[in-house]
Design a binder for this molecule. Sequence first.
Ligand code: ADP
Ligand code: MG
Ligand code: MG
Ligand code: MG
Ligand code: MG
Ligand code: MG
Length: 679
Amino acid sequence: MGLLYLGTPLSWDEAKQYADHVREHGITQFLHTWDRVKDRWGDELLWGDEVEYMVVTFDDKEKNAKLSLRQTEILAKLSQVVGNLTDDDTPASMTVPTFHPEYGRYMLESTPGSPYTGSIPDLLSVETNMHYRRTLARRHLNANEIPFTFTSFPRLGTHGVFTEPHFSADDAKSSHSLFLPEEITNPHARFPTLTANIRSRRGSKVAINLPIFIDERTPRPFVDPTIPWQRSIYPEDPEAKNGAALIDHIYMDAMGFGMGCCCLQLTFQSCNVDEARRMYDALVPVGPIMLALTAASPAWRGYLADVDCRWNVIAGSVDDRTPEERGLKPSKDSIPKSRYDSVDLYISNDWTNKPEYNDAPAPYNKGIFERLRNHGIDEMLAKHMAHLFIRDPLVIFSETIDQDDTTSNDHFENIQSTNWQTIRFKPPPPNSPIGWRVEFRSMEVQMTDFENAAFAVFIVLLSRAILAFSLNFYIPISKVDQNMARAQRRDAARSGKFYFRKDVLPPGHTTLTSSPPSCSGLCSPVEGAPAKEKLLRNCFPPVPRPPYVEDASIEDEYEEMTVEEIFIGKGSKFPGLLGVVEAYIDTLDVDEGDRLQINRYLDLVRKRATGPLQTPATWIRNFVRSHPSYNRDSVVSQEINYDLMVAIDEIERGVRRVPELLPEDYTPTNGYHSKPNSH
Ligand code: ADP
Ligand code: MG
Ligand code: MG
Ligand code: MG
Ligand code: MG
Ligand code: MG
């Protein structure tokens, strides 16, 4: 989430009066940024991950695993702990990590203390770094608490006791939820205000309906007996019985169901703005594929769902669109998607980005578009910003309405950081050494650091392969949207088909050919880094437009592929995502030992994509369905949930072997514990 201010948040009725003010000054702030950094050039690859955790309390007597609501105390403790650490206390090549608050009062987020460079030792330290962060958190919790990197908590919002301490949903004064108490939300004013203002702007509670997984004894039609259909505390209480809750679905009615999920995000710094825009576009079609491969959330509000991923739950959980905007009433103001959803527009000015690829409806603010164009910003980027700026600011603090637009980017970030899309284009913040960045946001968090590191390493290598080989991944963005829907279906990684580009090579090429980085000396390695040919680099020149490009029809450029084909390759012009990554590593001349470690990560990706290993979602679903007390009725009981969380902790610690989920030689202690001076 964005920066946290101490201040007085405005209710929606007050805040909406400042919406144009925030948009206007947000754009002014962006224009100041643009003027300052549009020609910035030569930033090296710096990158980092964000890992989110949920803290679970175990009650072994009651056999209940509950969400611990001690976020405030835990973060205070952790900030004291890391405040007392120095980089010398931390394992080699690591700095003291950072812990951040998140939406759920049971959640934590951690990032490396400073970003990784493009060096191979940094690449190989990611798993150790993640494990170090997990261990720090784990050591400073209560004895019966454990931090889990787990995407959706199966019992969140059930009838029973699912938090420690327990609270009633009757007091849900921000969300008016039938299921989640007020205390589920981070108490900082930003979060309850966001929750309440989304509901107010929308004119009703959010409504999320996931198809329930129909098992042998699931009652049909399934009318959820755990919904308090007759409650009458808040004006929205009748919504459930008046059509918001669908039969044969798991109904959820609050922001916490989505923003209470955990994910894995990666941010990469680019050499310059054009390279960031090319990287953004190339990663857009990769987003849904990685969502399918990392699928980890099959259970919701006490039931198995017929989907494997969190995405649509979060999209629905912050959908602040009015009935007109949602298209329920005829209106010229219709907006096709929630502010949390997949990217709507490609943004690169490269010749490979054909206008036809932007084939999805993407309404934009005309006045802002004109203003950006008049300032000299090209059409593509102007449209991207004007599209983000169709949204209203949801949280405004009275103390920060007036800002110095030359030095602040708060109003800009107010809109930018509440457009939660699969990829985020991040301009350099003022008063900071940080350059243009791109964030990859679709992946579900995995249960072990080994897996999270594997996907982080895979994506950073893929991002370099894209640059080094000038790969072209463009397909129409409407197809990417279809892939997003498909990615969430049950077992999509195994049985799904996805649109992907058939020929990813630059025109005229029949093999992967790497051009040398074009600004050696400028995107220079940090001091002390090893030989630069072993570095993951920025700044490969884009391929120039050839004098004659065959004007193939867009429809011939892509086809449906299995996940296996997308990773292993199909045809002579698409070596697969793993194929391009491996070819890229070959250009680096990596030591044998380092290569072995990288191969362990790529093997995980390969085995997920080709079949020997299951996604976490499949594994969790199977665990529930084969539990001795499961009644084959889709219900994830308190006891099943408890045993599941116990099992996941044992898996993470390497105590319980799960060859269907992790490689045989999985061990959680890679690196960190073996260092004698580690903390
Ligand atoms: P947000 O929540 O806004 O996405 P965070 O601050 O939580 O951002 O995480 C940002 C990630 O980007 C961290 O992993 C951090 O290490 C990394 N990072 C920091 N500086 C840079 C940089 N200059 N370039 C790339 N990544 C960076
Ligand atoms: Mg986060
Ligand atoms: Mg943040
Ligand atoms: Mg963050
Ligand atoms: Mg260190
Ligand atoms: Mg982030």
